[in-house]
Design a protein around this ligand. Structure first.
Ligand SMILES: NC(=O)c1ccc[n+]([C@@H]2O[C@H](COP(=O)([O-])OP(=O)(O)OC[C@H]3O[C@@H](n4cnc5c(N)ncnc54)[C@H](OP(=O)(O)O)[C@@H]3O)[C@@H](O)[C@H]2O)c1
Length: 272
């Protein structure tokens, strides 16, 4: 099995491969199961899912049940804002995934001040996740957010061991937030590291035509790995070939210097 680089997820005891898998869309192809198997066979040890990702927890459960001794850290998420709702979601995730404990459970998409207030209430989802943690059902608590103004508050709150942030050459403005999370010992999971599926399909066409220049999936991943505050990047994949290519990129990773990063950001800005 290839020896993928591992990074500590913030202040937790979890050592995660810098290359993870975002399993949001993995079930949406007939090769989804093979894709997940390829990830595990090639040493990826962090898989991100959510209650909301249709079929994703179920697919992971099917594969993981057959391989109980696996070195694998799972992360799922709840959209619920109430304590009761969050606890029910943890129970459903455990049952779908077929595990007794989930290493990281996140509050999904806390992107408004109202959502943040609601989850912090006495009967809020955060309290529910604390109970689940006390019961040993989840190991650590994280949060995902798309709101760059709210993220500093989430990071500094002391409530979270890890935060899921969008970051890529298409969306470099979150670099200081990643730095901040690192300084607070909060793990950073990078969502949409390749800029999302719309862009990657254009990029794949250009690669096939030989006109991609520096804007390749490999360079986009290298860009994300090059930020020292990133714990794990979770590119989405529906096909095993993507996993093999991303593993190759991770294995041959050399950090990008500033000029390379700027050139990639410029090429990304030109795409759309
Ligand atoms: N918390 C949230 O609110 C939130 C929101 C969005 C995403 N996320 C998380 O972040 C993960 C990733 O986000 P994402 O899937 O939207 O964006 P992404 O990872 O930036 O891009 C995924 C796209 O890249 C393609 N791809 C992957 N590796 C490739 C390669 N080597 N060459 C060519 N194409 C490649 C995939 O293709 P195929 O699918 O065709 O294989 C897919 O279309 C999700 O799975 C999810 O876990 C979280």
């Amino acid at each position: 099995m290839p020896n993928l680089e591992r990074r500590r997820l913030g202040r937790t005891d979890l050592m995660v491969t810098a290359l993870g898998l975002g399993a949001m869309d993995t079930p949406q192809s007939s090769e989804g199961e093979d894709t997940l198997r390829a990830a595990l066979d090639l040493g990826i040890n962090f898989v991100d899912t959510a209650r909301e990702y249709e079929g994703s927890e179920f697919l992971i459960g099917q594969v993981v049940r057959a391989r109980p001794a696996l070195d694998l850290h799972l992360s799922s998420k709840t959209f619920r804002h109430s304590a009761d709702g969050a606890q029910r979601d943890v129970d459903r995730s455990l049952s779908m995934l077929g595990v007794e404990r989930i290493d990281l459970y996140q509050l999904h998409d806390i992107s408004t001040a109202e959502a943040w207030r609601a989850v912090q209430g006495e009967d809020g989802a955060l309290a529910g996740l604390r109970v689940a943690q006390f019961r040993g059902l989840i190991g650590h608590i994280g949060v995902s957010s798309h709101n760059v103004e709210l993220l500093p508050e989430l990071i500094a709150s002391g409530e979270f061991d890890a935060v899921m942030i969008e970051y890529s050459a298409f969306f470099p403005e979150t670099a200081p937030l990643i730095q901040m999370a690192h300084a607070h010992d909060v793990g950073v999971m990078v969502m949409r590291p390749l800029g999302g599926s719309g862009r990657t399909s254009v990029i794949r066409t250009r690669v096939a035509e030989g006109s991609a220049g520096v804007l390749t999936p490999a360079n986009l991943l290298r860009y994300v790995f090059s930020h020292p505050g990133v714990s794990v990047a979770i590119p989405g994949a529906r096909y095993p070939s993507r996993i093999r290519e991303n593993v190759e990129t991770a294995l041959s990773f050399e950090p990008m210097d500033l000029d390379e990063r700027r050139a990639l950001e410029d090429a990304a800005a030109e795409l759309y």
